[in-house]
Design a protein around this ligand. Structure first.
Ligand SMILES: Cc1cc2nc3c(=O)[nH]c(=O)nc-3n(C[C@H](O)[C@H](O)[C@H](O)COP(=O)(O)OP(=O)(O)OC[C@H]3O[C@@H](n4cnc5c(N)ncnc54)[C@H](O)[C@@H]3O)c2cc1C
Length: 494
């Protein structure tokens, strides 16, 4: 008999699981707390501008290819490789470093800054590349049903990579490069994991290999939300219905299985199988009342930085800006060490700006720019009060105006701020953490909340805080891993 799966949440992990399960013959239905699909991969349409809410690029495009091949569908959106990948400016300097994949062009950017850059970078990338290829298939794209199985797999990773587990990303960069600028720029990938290079293991320098050599960064034609628009068309073809404004807050169990989930209006949602795309740690504590996932326990875990985001529509074109831009300062070590715990003033922030209208003109009216500003800030454990949000927004706009030589405030058409409290409330992100649980060695693989439930046989998890981790390609891999677990238990009629 056809099994019915209910998926809670329409983030990328939920959407891709829905299509994979449908392909396996399951009847799928989805519920979503927010007003529209996509989770963090969302969209804000305002005053003639179309803003992507959070992700502005993705790497590892081949994970989407694996997904569409699995589902037997065409790629539901078009993506374009970015070149240069991004630009970086340090406060007080006119210089903008452009980060190219082409190593000779990249070396030219660091002429006079880092002696022998090309040779040093080639060596750094070779090492990171070896690690990537030695671990990707073994560790990232695999389900681990027990700790011994995970540890046994780790033991098969060549020993030469072991020191990279023990030192930090920053000390790895220190071993290869001498200039402040190069070390800071190529350690920014740590922030994609929601941490700093000082507390991120050196193994994650493999991300520099993925960005510079392996697959680069990709933007989506028409804006990142076209990924969701494309997925929704496929969902419609597969007869998968989504009910919005529906938050799951309770449950009913029967003989060791989950019988139904209950929404905020008391409505029961029945199914044979339940897939939770809400944060895997938060949901277990908040909805299933599991003691090991209580707020007290979760507060002791390491969470990724919270986002403070702004969506600015600006009249006029800003020439001194690329598609992706990082605006940094000259106290990186002090900043990175303190920002998580709110012990540094946010008056001089580090931030990132995505000028999406540079590659996607349809996202802003003609002659305007569409700017998405992301400033990583402490989560709500460390900074629960956001009454000062207008001040931070103002400080960033003033700083940005100076750096790009364009009066942003004077030409502002529209401005929206989303602070960590909003992020928490919109998508149930624990304490406003933007990327979910961090990726320290004791929070990955078998140490991360599992994609199978500890109590209910018919409950599974997908998304950032379960395996393998955060980011759009990881959400797609997560759907593959969750689907494997479901099919292993309940079979397929493919
Ligand atoms: C500011 C920011 C920038 C980012 N930039 C990038 C980037 O450039 N590139 C990249 O690859 N990644 C980026 N990421 C990370 C990326 O957005 C996430 O890793 C990915 O979108 C997470 O997808 P997910 O499936 O885990 O779940 P989510 O997107 O979190 O979706 C979960 C869904 O479940 C719903 N939900 C939660 N609880 C309930 C409930 N109880 N009942 C019903 N529904 C519920 C939520 O409303 C949400 O829609 C960024 C994230 C942030 C916050």
């Amino acid at each position: 008999m056809q099994k019915k799966a209910l998926i809670v949440g329409t983030g990328l992990g939920g959407l891709t699981t829905a299509l994979r399960l449908s392909r396996n013959g399951y009847k799928v239905e989805m519920v979503e707390k927010y007003k529209q699909a996509g989770g963090r991969l969302n969209q804000l349409v305002k005053d003639g501008f179309t803003f992507d809410l959070a992700p502005s690029f993705f790497s590892m495009s081949y994970e989407f290819k694996e997904f569409v091949d699995y589902c037997g569908i065409e790629m539901p959106f078009k993506f374009i490789e970015l070149d240069p990948l991004y630009s970086v400016n340090f406060a007080g300097s006119e210089r903008n470093y452009l980060i190219y994949k082409d190593i000779a062009k990249l070396a030219n950017e660091f002429k006079g800054i880092e002696p022998d850059f090309e040779a040093k970078m080639t060596k750094f990338l070779k090492k990171a590349g070896r690690l990537f290829h030695d671990t990707e298939g073994k560790v990232i794209r695999k389900n681990f049903n027990s700790l011994p199985q995970f540890l046994a797999t780790l033991a098969t990773v060549p020993m030469r990579h072991a020191p990279m587990m023990l030192r930090s990303m920053w000390s790895e960069l220190n071993r290869h490069f001498s200039s402040y600028e190069v070390k800071v720029i190529f350690s920014l990938v740590a922030f994609f994991l929601g941490a700093t290079p000082f507390d991120t293991p050196a193994i994650y320098s493999l991300l520099t290999y993925t960005e510079l050599v392996h697959d680069g960064y990709h933007n989506v034609e028409g804006g990142m939300y076209q990924i969701v628009v494309g997925m929704l068309k496929e969902l419609e073809k597969a007869n998968i219905n989504i009910t919005y404004h529906t938050e799951i807050v309770g449950f009913e169990d029967k003989e060791g299985e989950l019988a139904a989930l209950i929404d905020q209006n008391g409505k029961r949602w029945e199914a044979d199988i339940f897939v939770i795309n809400s944060d895997a740690a938060y949901f277990r504590g908040k909805v299933f009342n599991r003691k090991q996932f209580s707020n007290e326990k979760l507060d002791k875990q390491k969470w990724t930085l919270a986002p403070f985001t702004m969506y600015l529509g600006v009249k006029g074109k800003i020439d001194k800006m690329a598609h992706h831009n990082y605006y940094l300062r000259n106290n990186f070590e002090e900043y990175a060490g303190k920002v998580f715990k709110n012990s540094i003033s946010l008056q001089q922030p580090y931030y990132y700006v995505n000028a999406s209208s540079k590659s996607n003109p349809t996202t802003a009216p003609e002659g305007h720019e569409n700017l998405f500003v992301l400033c990583p800030v402490p989560d709500l454990r460390y900074k629960p009060d956001w009454n000062d949000r207008e001040q931070l927004a103002d400080d960033i706009m003033t700083d940005l105006s100076e750096r790009v030589g364009f009066d942003i405030k004077g030409n502002l058409v529209t401005k929206t701020i989303i602070d960590p409290i909003d992020w928490q409330n919109m998508f149930n992100l624990y304490k406003g953490s933007g990327l979910g649980l961090a990726h320290d060695l004791n929070q990955i693989g078998a140490f991360r909340p599992k994609n199978t439930d500890e109590v209910f046989e018919n409950v599974f998890y997908v998304g950032s805080s379960t395996v393998p981790g955060t980011g759009l390609p990881m959400a797609v891999i997560s759907s593959k891993l969750a689907t494997e677990q479901i099919v292993k238990r309940y079979g397929t009629i493919r």
